[in-house]
Design a protein around this ligand. Structure first.
Ligand SMILES: [Zn+2]
Length: 244
């Protein structure tokens, strides 16, 4: 048997592959450990919203690089043509794998995230005063606890404030949820990819007259656009809506 002149290359490629796979798994494990070390539900919510898809995407890329290295770790013969064939095949398969995962992360994975975020958002908060679960106030009840700026923000910037109240002691916990960071289900394609991308005030509210705000939604999957008109009454929220 003749010694394979590419033996050292092959073993290096395998080592790169194993190293990349271990690194990719460590990135995911590191994320899981950090997430589970966050005690507060709202902080968890924000952490998932901000980082989860990005982290999984980075881990995917690292693991795919490993797969590309592994694919090139069994060389016994190499000519100029074979080299180009290998480079071409590796780049093509790597790109296809990355695109598939990217699409899964962008369009299917959000459904899974959404379910978990909902649980985190509405899980009763525990009062630090009494250790008992607090009550989530309704839109009408919560206004008493939001200052003018917060109420204006709820009207204008697709921001939602959740107000939790400890009814025994009156302790209040206010949590802010930003609409433009968070996609909802698209009415056209049903993916979780429908987001506010622009807001404009058509008419400033005055003391006597209502103002008007238009929220422009766009789906990042199918491109479907919709407008939602919200009236801006001074300090009062009116859930009037129209879709175009
Ligand atoms: Zn859509």
């Amino acid at each position: 048997m003749v010694d394979n002149p590419y033996a050292s290359w092959n073993s290096m490629a395998h080592n790169i592959a194993y190293g990349a796979w271990v690194l990719g798994i460590l990135v995911i494990l590191g994320y899981i450990v950090r997430l589970s070390s966050i005690p507060d539900n709202k902080d968890k919510y924000d952490f998932i919203n901000r980082h989860e898809v990005k982290i999984l995407w980075y881990a995917t890329l690292i693991i795919i690089v490993g797969a590309c290295a592994y694919f090139n770790g069994n060389i016994v013969e190499l000519t100029t043509v074979l080299t180009f064939v290998r480079i071409f095949l590796t780049a093509m398969m790597g790109t296809i794998a990355a695109l598939i995962i990217q699409n899964l992360l962008k369009f299917y994975y959000p459904f899974f995230i959404e379910k978990r975020l909902k649980v985190l958002r509405y899980k009763p908060r525990i009062s630090p005063k009494t250790g008992k679960p607090m009550k989530l106030l309704s839109e009408e009840e919560e206004d008493a606890h939001l200052d003018e700026g917060m109420q204006a923000e709820e009207n204008v910037f697709s921001v939602d404030y959740d107000v939790w109240k400890d009814e025994e002691t009156g302790f209040i916990k206010i949590e802010k949820y930003a609409g433009h960071l968070h996609a909802i289900q698209c009415p056209e394609c049903n993916y979780q990819t429908f987001k506010v991308n622009r807001e404009e005030i058509l008419k400033q509210p005055t003391d006597t007259e209502e103002g008007e705000l238009v929220k422009h939604y766009q789906c990042s999957y199918c491109g479907y656009k919709a407008k939602k008109t919200v009236s801006l009454k001074a300090q009062v929220k009116t859930p009037a809506a129209a879709t175009a």
